[in-house]
Design a protein around this ligand. Structure first.
Ligand code: SF4
Ligand code: SF4
Length: 475
């Protein structure tokens, strides 16, 4: 359904944009007569959208100071230990259990028994996440030499295998003295060892040299984002987890069957590795990733291997700059966890530090120029309603093809920030996103997403897949 057919005249809209006929903007941007013209002009290069520029290795659009980045203990994250940052968190958890039951009894949209049943059962298949996986078939067992190819050939075949297994985005980040600092300090040890192994005390032991991280990214169905915030909407998250879990689990065994290490599991902040691999740019929404091809709502697992792989580069698609002019996600956040600042900053805000006396935990680390979102208030709110994602659903980059952000608009964004504020405003004006939600308004105050009732009548594609999933060359 096209939302272009709104009460706003398309010609007036295009006039306001300066894209009808001649004008200063027409000198530097394509000229369209109306939005249908724009929607028809899909100028994306199928291999990688042509407007996406590659950057130097280890130099993404989010500015980094590698000297400040130190290995982080994932047990201190707000998701793992929110009691450090929200002293009321135990009560939030107790209340959440009561709300969950009440909403099931009340048949609240998106929070009914069937919504909970789907959310609870769609997740990771058994064995999808594991340490160094022993392979049933190795070249050694088969009596043949292990696979060998150039780093470029290897990069091609691994991407083919992982995409075949369900991954949307695949890239390669060498583990260097810089990127090793992104590996969690708990559960992982670097050692001078020819091959990786698991140890009860050291955790997963990673060889000191010659290793590459492979971010394996999958996509949340937009049909799930459309019904957030709700338990049903969160089932889309769990489905995405399953898809990336399946792909990385297959990848782990595939690498082992070729004769190489294939450590499967989250070894560090996934959006960071995916950004360094060129999967997208870091968004305003809590350090999440926005892909140039798939938009927001993507999730990443990581593999680590000693198979030589040609690295992939970080990208610039104008997305990070766009976030500076747009705060649509912040406007709808029911817990006000996303900052509205016009620019990212190097300085950590007070709220990342533990509130418990004597406890030095912090849920985020310095070394990046970021929009520092409050992961603690987000976690408390999300738990109180069995997960949220309203920000992601309302992001300009989270829509079907009829949205503002098809490839033509992406092209303009990648080349000039001139219209960023305008596109952000128009996305709202056309009513995309779940804009009935905002600070203080959501399920806890009796506002539910009624679309969740309709969801159960939609004819859904297998795995919730939509057009983006079948873009064979989108990377
Ligand atoms: S998930 Fe919900 S609470 Fe968390 S930042 Fe997004 S909108 Fe806010
Ligand atoms: S809604 Fe706007 S500011 Fe927020 S992540 Fe999306 S593009 Fe960035």
């Amino acid at each position: 359904m096209s939302k272009f057919h709104s009460t706003v005249s398309r010609r007036d809209f295009m006039k306001a944009l300066g894209m009808v006929g001649a004008g200063a903007a027409a000198l530097t941007t394509p000229v369209f007569h109306d939005l249908d013209d724009m929607a028809a002009a899909d100028m994306g290069n199928p291999k990688k959208p042509w407007f996406v520029k590659e950057r130097e290795l280890e130099n993404p659009t989010m500015e980094l100071d590698w000297t400040q980045i130190k290995r982080f203990n994932s047990k201190n994250s707000a998701n793992s230990s929110n009691q450090f940052y929200d002293t009321n968190y135990p009560n939030v958890v107790t209340q959440a259990i009561e709300s969950r039951k009440k909403w099931m009894l009340d048949d609240s949209p998106g929070c009914t028994l069937k919504d909970n049943a789907l959310n609870d059962t769609i997740g990771l298949p058994t064995g999808s996440s594991a340490p160094w996986v022993p392979s049933a078939t190795t070249p050694e067992k088969l009596g043949v030499p292990k696979y060998s190819g150039t780093p470029e050939d290897n990069a091609r075949i691994v991407r083919s295998a992982l995409r075949f297994a369900g991954a949307a985005l695949v890239g390669y980040v060498p583990l260097t003295s810089n990127t090793k600092n992104l590996v969690f300090s708990n559960g992982f040890t670097f050692e001078d060892t020819p091959t990786g192994y698991s140890d009860p005390k050291k955790g997963s032991v990673i060889p000191n040299s010659g290793m590459t991280v492979i971010p394996v990214t999958s996509v949340t169905p937009i049909t799930s984002l459309m019904v957030t915030p709700s338990v049903l909407g969160h089932a889309g998250n769990n489905l995405q987890n399953r898809l990336k879990g399946q792909a990385s689990s297959t990848g782990s065994r595939f690498l082992a069957a070729l004769g190489y290490d294939g450590l499967n599991g989250g070894i560090g902040p996934a959006p960071a590795f995916s950004t360094l691999a060129g999967g997208g740019e870091i968004a305003r929404t809590g350090g999440g990733l926005i892909s140039a091809s798939y938009g927001i709502g993507v999730g990443t697992d990581t593999l680590v291997t000693n198979l030589p792989l040609a690295p992939t580069h970080p990208i610039d698609a104008g997305i990070a700059k766009f976030c500076c002019k747009c705060a649509n996600c912040a406007d709808v956040c029911p817990s006000s966890s996303i900052p509205t600042d016009p620019e990212p900053t190097w300085d950590l805000p007070d709220y990342v530090f533990s509130k418990l006396p004597g406890n030095t935990a912090q849920f985020s680390n310095p070394g990046k120029k970021a929009f520092w979102f409050n992961a603690s208030t987000c976690r408390s709110y999300s738990i109180s309603i069995s997960r949220c994602n309203t920000c992601i659903a309302s992001c300009v980059f989270s829509k079907m093809d009829s949205s503002m952000i098809h490839n033509t608009v992406k092209t303009i964004i990648a080349n000039t920030p001139l219209f960023d504020g305008f596109f952000a405003t128009m996305d709202k004006a056309f009513g995309y996103g779940n804009q009935q939600f905002k600070a203080g308004i959501g399920p806890p105050t009796g506002t539910f997403n009624e679309t969740a009732v309709e969801w159960w009548t939609w004819e859904l594609a297998p795995n919730g897949a939509e057009k983006r999933f079948f873009a064979p060359d989108a990377q």
